[in-house]
Design a protein around this ligand. Structure first.
Ligand code: ATP
Ligand code: MG
Length: 281
């Protein structure tokens, strides 16, 4: 059964047909699996996550989360079902890591109600999972970009919702921490949670995803298992990159290798060939 279903989902940032950013998205997110959304910059991935999480009201269509029409859910009810890590988030000035992560517990408590033992456990566990325990008493402003990103992930985890939407959680992370974050995603799905994440690295997407959804121009242009979806044709059509797709020698998942027309040697050759036209006077 699906954790999320979207039917003819539409969203826009202004009036007029040109302003429509999601142009009728119908898709389903399988429960207990890791789904990766890929697509070019500006294709609508963040808008899709924000409308699924109802941070942004859709202009049309239906979203069902765990079988319930999200339009009929109160904010706190939805937040107990679904957590969103936005692509860009701003921390309140001067806030320390522990306090920020504890805000993930808001949907579970009454207003002004102090944190209980369960809340403390959820915060500690989220800090532990993301490798942020040593940062707990630091201020957000004192952290590096990658450390901050891991704290935001901890905030989403602390919410302990069955569905987790992560918008580019590996942005700013070095390779080791990026792999850690994706491994956390796998562990969460093994525990029955549903994880949806936007990634730009097609090779990591192919290695980790149970299902890949490709968004282009505000529409879903491909969906399925990585081997079905990540093909030279798709990489060419959607990303405009000529590439080989070979089996990853470690896992057998599709590995995208851009053709030799890209890269320093190709650029130098092109520059040399063009020196007559663009060379220094
Ligand atoms: N606040 C906004 N006001 C107006 N237009 C917006 C706004 N946010 C996004 N857009 C436009 O909506 C479209 C989709 O943006 P969105 O952020 O969903 O893309 P994305 O796929 O997440 O891109 P990226 O990979 O760069 O994060 C883009 O054309 C963008 O310019
Ligand atoms: Mg985005």
């Amino acid at each position: 059964m699906s954790a999320i279903e979207a039917e003819d989902l539409r969203a826009s940032y202004g009036d007029g047909a040109d302003a429509e950013v999601l142009k009728g998205i119908s898709t389903s997110i399988p429960r207990g699996r890791l789904t990766v959304i890929v697509g070019p910059n500006g294709s609508g991935k963040s808008t899709l996550l924000m409308t699924l999480a109802r941070i942004m009201a859709p202009s049309g269509g239906v979203v069902r989360v765990e079988g319930r029409d999200s339009a009929g859910l109160r904010g706190r009810e939805l937040a107990r079902l679904l957590a969103l890590l936005p692509q860009e988030a701003t921390a309140p000035e001067g806030i320390r890591v522990w306090e920020l992560v504890s805000r993930g517990r808001h949907p579970h408590r009454g207003f002004w109600q102090p944190l209980g033992a369960e809340d403390h456990r959820a915060v500690e566990e989220a800090l532990e999972l993301t490798g942020c325990r040593e940062l707990a008493q630091r201020r957000m402003v004192e952290l590096s970009g990658g450390q901050r990103q891991r704290v935001w992930i901890a905030l989403a985890l602390a919410q302990r919702s069955p569905v987790l939407l992560l918008d580019e959680p590996t942005a700013h992370l070095d390779l080791s921490h990026a792999l850690d974050v994706l491994d956390i995603g796998v562990r969460l799905t093994a525990a029955g949670k549903t994880v949806v994440t936007v990634l730009h690295d097609l090779n990591l997407a192919a290695r980790y995803a149970d299902r890949i959804i490709v968004v282009d121009g505000g529409q879903v242009v491909g969906a399925g298992a990585p081997t079905e979806v990540i093909t030279p044709e798709l990489v060419g059509e959607v990303f405009g990159v000529a590439a080989l797709v070979v089996p990853d020698p470690e896992t057998g998942s599709p590995l995208v290798v851009p053709r030799a027309q890209h890269g320093p040697a190709a650029v130098r050759a092109a520059v040399e060939a063009a020196t007559d036209i663009g060379g220094a006077a």
